[in-house]
Write a protein that binds this ligand. Structure first.
Ligand code: SF4
Length: 118
């Protein structure tokens, strides 16, 4: 059975970004997605973390998502990065706190990784 993944990007960044970096990393299984090199994956959801996030998480859950990746720009630009990650974990998802690039930002910020809390 394939692993079902969703990506949440930074709402403000999505006003300008076509999300190619996130999608390319997912399609090529590099950077944060390299961990799935030997697994089949399905990208079930791709959205921003704004709006009604609880509703989005419910939808991910209903559709079998087990892991949520928060975008690299969420780590870099969203002051709620940690709390979004916690909300996702508390809703029952494993969380990987970046998409493309390195697990550690140029500024030294290490990507969050959390296990599902229920
Ligand atoms: S992580 Fe990169 S490609 Fe993905 S939405 Fe943010 S700026 Fe765009």
């Amino acid at each position: 059975m394939s692993k079902k993944i969703a990506v949440l990007v930074n709402e403000d960044t999505m006003q300008r970004c076509s999300c190619g970096g996130c999608l390319k990393a997912y399609m090529n299984k590099v950077d944060s997605f390299e961990r799935y090199a030997d697994e089949e994956t399905e990208l079930i959801g791709f959205s921003h973390s704004g709006g009604d996030l609880t509703k989005k998480l419910e939808s991910f859950k209903k559709n079998g998502v087990t892991t949520i990746h928060l975008s690299t720009c969420t780590r870099g630009k969203n002051e709620n990065y940690e709390s979004i990650a916690q909300q996702c974990a508390e809703a029952g998802f494993d969380v990987v706190g970046y998409t493309h690039g390195s697990a550690v930002s140029k500024e030294g910020k290490v990507a969050i990784e959390l296990n599902a809390k229920n």
